[in-house]
Design a protein around this ligand. Structure first.
Ligand code: ZN
Length: 380
């Protein structure tokens, strides 16, 4: 095993911590499932290797024994205190945050978060949330197109280090080109939904695909990375349409070559497909996520093994996908170092790398690749 315990990580894909932390066992446990099934939310979520591991790790951290004592120990602390101790213990040197989830009014204030964590901070613009807001603000299609261009064109100078898309959870990753007519019809439907219900959930494929292409053109122009949720995720994902292979038309588009495409969650369970894409497309990167999906150590190690088996070390990046509770960011950093260290140790045992090369590969996956891609200066 290669010891990576002293390498500060850059968490290249995660979410904000809630300002008000969960204060009872039932809501706390719901953080460990994507399911809407009441039985799974109440019991199944805690009946997993992942949850038991987290409770054991927290019990060791707080010098207590039971789940009840663990929750008591965390409940005695404010969000700032939890972030302060856990982020520093896990040596999280930098974070790349999807600012669209949780909603900004629920999230810890950025200044308070960076002061508590000591982590360098980069923000991503969540595209679908932005598009939904713009659809609600504009009653003409042409105005919507102009407004979308305005937002995405200046993203870098507005302080964003990239875009994030959850199109996999809306209409799937097979993003197409549509006629103006089709996109306009879809816009009319979206506006009708808005009038009827007061909100719009952008599941109108011709419209969503068209707005995404505007964002991709702007991203390529500014050399901004675009993260895609791939594979495992919210229950509204149709996992059959969330394989990274569905992104082929985007990856094959010559005009998008200068847009780095980051495939999130190790594409789990499509990790081999994601690693393959990172090996053949110059602008494709594979994010290895150790907080969500909620996996056993064995499966996280297998995911890492599948990734390093084929992808160049410079195309892989560590993350947690932690959200709302800082324990997810914390345990992922410890688990990620361990899984990556184990797999790099295997490469040394197989005489594929020497120990120096393995250590260097570990530093790049945990820190350096993301620092370069998102321009996090402190880590460079
Ligand atoms: Zn995420």
């Amino acid at each position: 095993m290669i010891d990576l315990s002293d390498v500060a990580v850059i968490d290249n894909h995660c979410h904000a911590v809630d300002a008000k932390q969960k204060r009872n066992a039932a809501t706390w446990r719901e953080a460990f499932t994507e399911s809407h099934d009441p039985q799974l939310r109440a019991e199944g979520a805690t009946d997993t290797a992942y949850y038991r591991r987290l409770i054991h790790a927290m019990a060791t951290f707080y010098h207590v024994r039971t789940e009840g004592e663990v929750l008591e120990a965390r409940d005695a602390q404010s969000a700032e205190q939890l972030v302060g101790t856990l982020f520093r213990d896990a040596e999280i040197g930098g974070v790349v945050i999807d600012t669209g989830y949780p909603a900004p009014e629920k999230a810890m204030d950025v200044a308070a978060f960076t002061a508590a964590s000591g982590s360098e901070y980069a923000a991503l613009l969540r595209l679908e949330v932005t598009f939904q807001r713009l659809v609600a603000q504009h009653d003409s299609y042409d105005d919507l197109i102009d407004a979308t261009r305005d937002v995405v064109e200046d993203a870098r100078s507005d302080g964003f280090a990239g875009f994030k898309s959850i199109v996999a959870y809306r209409t799937g990753l097979a993003i197409e080109r549509w006629s103006n007519e089709a996109a306009k019809t879809a816009f009319t439907r979206a506006r009708a939904d808005l009038a009827a219900t007061g909100t719009v959930r952008l599941g109108h494929k011709p419209l969503l695909d068209t707005l995404l292409h505007l964002a991709f053109e702007a991203a390529a122009e500014q050399e901004l990375p675009v993260q895609f949720h791939v594979g495992y995720g919210d229950t509204d994902v149709d996992l059959r349409k969330a394989s990274p292979l569905e992104l082929r038309s985007v990856l094959d588009e010559p005009a998008y070559r200068s847009m780095p495409v980051v495939l999130l969650h190790g594409c789990w369970p499509y990790t081999r497909e994601g690693a393959y894409l990172a090996a053949v497309y110059g602008n494709a990167y594979l994010d290895l996520s150790y907080g969500i999906p909620f996996l056993s150590v064995g499966e996280m190690t297998a995911m890492t093994r599948a990734a390093v088996a084929v992808a160049p070390f410079g195309k892989l990046m560590y993350s947690s996908d932690g959200t709302s509770i800082p324990e997810l960011h914390w345990m992922a950093a410890h688990d990620g170092r361990r899984a990556i260290g184990t797999v790099l140790g295997e490469l040394v045992a197989d005489r594929e790398l020497n120990r120096n090369e393995a250590r260097l590969a570990g530093e790049r996956i945990l820190r350096d690749n993301a620092a370069r891609l998102y321009g996090l200066a402190r880590a460079l």
